[in-house]
Design a protein around this ligand. Structure first.
Ligand code: ADP
Ligand code: MG
Length: 638
C-alpha cells in the first residue's frame, strides 16, 4: 500500500497542474471578454466581436461544461451546469457580453477556490520538507558516514551538528544544545536539552553537537505521524460539511426547476420572451448555492492548516466544530495541570537505613514508567544507588507495583496498594503518611510483609495552569473538574492553587473511575477530557473531544485523542480553543451571509430587475468573500 503522504504529494502535483491550466483559461476568458467589449464600444466588425466572445465562452465554459456533463452521466447535477446554462441563455437572448462576464468571474472564483482548498495539502507538504534526507551515522570506531534517514535502525547513534535539522526521533546520549521545536510544537523559544532528553525529527539543533540514539525509524517518527494525521483530517468531512454537500445537490435541482417555472411564470404574466429568458438566466445565477457550498470547507480547511502549523492537530473538521461547543473540561492532574516532573522531597525509613530504603525503592521503580518512578530513580542516582535486578515485576494501575527481589515480594505504591498487599498499617506509618499528605505531597509506601519506609514526592503546578483555567472559564466553559489517582489532600492543594472548586475535584481514582466520571459528565454537557495520554486513553476516547497534551513522542496519546497538542504547554489548549471558536464563528458568518445575499438577489430578480452582470458580481463576489473570510484563519495570530 502506498503511504498517505506519498498519495498526497502526487495529488498536490496534479492539482498544481490543474491550477496552472485553470489560471491560463481564466486569463484567456478575460482576454476574450475584453476584446469583445472593445469591439462593441468601438463598433468594430461584428464578426470580431462575435469571435472574441466565442473565445471567452469556450475558455470559460468548456471546463465547467465537461465537469457538468461527466456529473450528468452519473446522474448528478452540479452548480457548474447552472452556470453554463445561464451563460448560454444569455447568449441566446443576445447578451453574449453578460454571459462572458459570468463565465470569467465563475472561472476566476473557481481558480481561487482551488488554490484555497489546497492549503491543508500544502501545510502537509511543508511538514514533509522538514524531514532531512540524510543523517551522520556514528560507526563502532567512532567514524561518521552519511546515510539515508530511511536506512537508520533502532539503537543507531547519529551525530547532529550545530544548526542541522535533527533527522530522527531519539534520545540524547551526550551533548547539550537548545533545540528549536517551533516547526512542530509552535513554541517560539528553543528548548534546552541535554543527555537523556528526547528530540524529534524535523526540529532544528542549536549551537551544540548532539549524539542521539535512534528510538524510532523514519516512518514512525512523530513528524511522520503528524503528516498522516493531517492528511486524514482534511479528508474527513465534518457534519456541517456533509450537510452542505447534501444541501448543494438537492438545491441545484430546485434552482433548475424553479428557474424553469419562473420562466413560464414570467411569460404567463406577459413579459416578452427575450426579457423573460434573461430574467430566468439571472435567476439561475443568483440562486446558485456556490457560496453556501464553499463556506464551510473554506473555513475548516484553513483552520486545519493553520492549527497544524502551530502544533495543534485536530483530527478532522468534526473535532474542530465540536471543540467549540464544549462546556465542561475534565483535566487529568499529573503531567497535565502539573509538570509531571516529580521530585523526592522526603525519605522516611522505617526499620531500615535510608540507603537501604532508597536501594529497594529504586530497584522496584526501575520497572515503572510512572513520573513517580522516574523521580525516585533520579533521587537514588544522586546517592550513586543503581537499581538491582528484580525477578518479576507487575504494575497495579492507580495503585503502584509489585516486584520480587531474591525471592521476596515487595510493593511500592499508595494507601490502596498497602491495602491490596494486606500489610497492616502501624502508627509510625500512619504518622508519616499523614504528615506528607498534610503538606500536599504524594506518599509512596515501600514494604514487603511490613512497611519499610515512606517516600514523599511532589510535583510542580504548571505556571500557566491558573491563568489557563481562568481563560477557559471566560471562553464559555461552565465547569472545570480535576480527575486524579493521587491522594485527595494533594489534589485539593493543587486545585486550590489553580482555581478549581473543591467539589469539582475527584481524587484517588482508578483509571476506570475516570472513565465513569467522564461518562457521567457527558450527561450534563459537552465534555472535553484533557490528559497527557499516560494511562488515560480510555477517558480521552470517552469524552466528546479528547485532548492529549505533549504528544510529541507519545504514540498512544496521538492515537486516542481527537485533538493532539504537540507542545507540553497549556497555552496550546487555549489556542486550540480560540481557533475552534473562531472557525465556528466564521462558518456561521459565511452561512448567514451566503444565504442572506442569495435570498435578497432572488427576490430582486423575480420582483424587480437585476442586470445579469450585477447578479454575477453579487454571486461570485459573495463566493469570493466567503472563501477570503475562511482564509483569514490562516494568517490570524493565536
Ligand atoms: P494520575 O495520573 O491521575 O496521578 P495514576 O493512575 O497514574 O494517576 O496514579 C495514581 C496513584 O497511584 C499515584 O498518585 C500513586 O500514588 C500511585 N502509583 C501509580 N504508579 C506508581 C508507582 N510506579 N510508584 C508508586 N506509586 C504509584
Ligand atoms: Mg496521569
Amino acid at each position: 500500500m502506498k503511504n498517505p503522504a506519498e498519495t498526497l504529494m502526487e495529488e498536490l502535483e496534479e492539482e498544481r497542474k490543474a491550477l496552472r491550466i485553470n489560471i491560463v483559461l481564466t486569463v484567456v476568458t478575460l482576454i476574450g471578454l475584453l476584446a469583445g467589449v472593445y469591439f462593441q464600444v468601438t463598433e468594430g466588425p461584428l464578426l470580431f466581436e462575435g469571435l472574441s466572445f466565442l473565445v471567452a465562452f469556450l475558455a470559460g465554459g468548456i471546463p465547467a461544461a465537461i465537469g457538468a456533463f461527466q456529473n450528468l452521466l452519473q446522474k448528478k447535477l452540479d452548480i457548474d451546469l447552472l452556470m453554463v446554462l445561464a451563460a448560454i441563455a444569455a447568449a441566446l437572448v443576445g447578451e453574449a457580453r453578460d454571459g462572458a462576464i459570468l463565465l470569467f468571474l465563475f472561472s476566476l472564483a473557481g481558480t481561487l477556490e482551488e488554490y484555497a482548498m489546497g492549503n491543508t495539502k500544502r501545510a502537509v507538504v511543508a511538514l514533509m520538507k522538514l524531514r532531512p534526507d540524510e543523517a551522520n551515522l556514528e560507526g563502532v570506531g567512532g567514524q561518521m558516514t552519511r546515510v539515508a534517514v530511511e536506512a537508520l535502525e533502532l539503537g543507531n547513534i547519529v551525530v547532529v551538528k550545530p544548526g542541522e535539522r535533527i533527522p530522527v526521533d531519539g534520545s540524547i546520549l551526550s551533548g547539550t544544545s537548545a533545540v528549536d521545536q517551533s516547526s512542530m510544537t509552535g513554541e517560539s523559544v528553543p528548548v534546552d536539552k541535554d543527555a537523556g532528553d528526547s528530540v524529534f525529527a524535523g526540529t532544528v539543533n542549536g549551537h551544540g553537537v548532539l549524539r542521539v540514539t535512534v528510538e524510532k525509524t523514519a516512518s514512525h517518527s512523530t513528524l511522520a505521524q503528524m503528516i498522516t494525521l493531517v492528511t486524514e483530517a482534511q479528508a474527513k468531512r465534518s457534519p456541517s460539511e456533509r450537510f452542505s454537500d447534501w444541501f448543494g445537490e438537492r438545491y441545484t435541482i430546485l434552482v433548475l426547476v424553479g428557474s424553469t417555472l419562473a420562466l413560464l411564470g414570467f411569460i404567463l404574466f406577459g413579459i416578452p420572451y427575450a426579457e423573460a429568458f434573461y430574467k430566468a438566466a439571472t435567476l439561475l445565477v443568483v440562486a446558485s448555492p456556490c457560496a453556501i457550498v464553499i463556506s464551510v470547507p473554506a473555513a475548516i480547511l484553513s483552520a486545519l492548516a493553520a492549527s497544524a502549523r502551530r502544533g495543534m492537530l485536530f483530527k478532522g473538521g468534526a473535532a474542530l466544530e465540536t471543540f467549540a461547543q464544549i462546556n465542561i473540561v475534565a483535566f487529568d492532574k499529573t503531567g497535565t495541570l502539573t509538570e509531571g516532573k516529580m521530585r523526592v522531597t522526603k525519605v522516611v525509613p522505617l526499620g531500615v537505613s535510608e540507603h537501604q530504603l532508597m536501594q529497594l525503592a529504586a530497584s522496584l521503580e526501575a520497572n515503572s514508567e510512572h513520573p513517580i518512578a522516574k523521580s525516585i530513580l533520579a533521587h537514588a542516582a544522586t546517592f550513586n544507588i543503581a537499581p538491582a535486578m528484580v525477578e518479576k515485576a507487575e504494575a497495579v494501575p492507580g495503585k503502584g507495583l509489585y516486584a520480587t527481589i531474591d525471592g521476596h515480594k515487595y510493593f511500592a505504591g499508595n494507601r490502596k496498594m498497602l491495602l491490596e498487599s494486606g500489610v497492616a498499617i502501624d502508627t509510625k506509618t500512619e504518622d508519616a503518611l499523614a504528615l506528607l499528605e498534610a503538606e500536599g505531597k504524594t506518599a509512596v509506601i515501600i514494604g514487603n510483609t511490613s512497611v519499610l519506609g515512606v517516600i514523599g514526592v511532589s510535583d510542580t503546578v504548571r505556571e500557566s495552569a491558573k491563568s489557563t483555567i481562568a481563560a477557559l472559564r471566560k471562553s464559555g466553559i461552565k465547569r472545570i473538574v480535576m480527575l486524579t489517582g493521587d491522594h485527595t489532600m494533594v489534589a485539593q492543594a493543587v486545585g486550590k492553587e489553580i482555581g478549581i472548586e473543591p467539589s469539582d475535584i475527584y481524587a484517588e481514582l482508578m483509571p476506570a473511575d475516570k472513565v465513569a466520571i467522564v461518562e457521567k459528565l457527558r450527561t450534563e454537557g459537552r465534555v472535553s477530557f484533557v490528559g497527557d495520554g499516560v494511562n488515560d486513553a480510555a477517558a480521552l476516547a470517552t469524552s466528546h473531544v479528547g485532548v492529549a497534551m505533549g504528544t510529541a513522542g507519545s504514540d498512544v496519546a496521538l492515537e486516542a485523542a481527537d485533538v493532539a497538542l504537540l507542545s507540553d504547554d497549556l497555552g496550546a489548549l487555549l489556542r486550540a480553543r480560540t481557533l475552534s471558536l473562531q472557525a465556528n464563528r466564521i462558518i456561521k458568518q459565511n452561512l448567514v451571509f451566503a444565504i442572506g445575499i442569495l435570498i435578497l438577489m432572488v427576490i430582486v430578480t423575480i420582483f424587480f430587475y437585476l442586470p445579469l452582470p450585477l447578479g454575477v458580481v453579487g454571486h461570485e463576489g459573495g463566493t469570493l468573500l466567503v472563501v477570503a473570510n475562511g482564509l483569514r484563519l490562516l494568517w490570524q495570530k493565536f
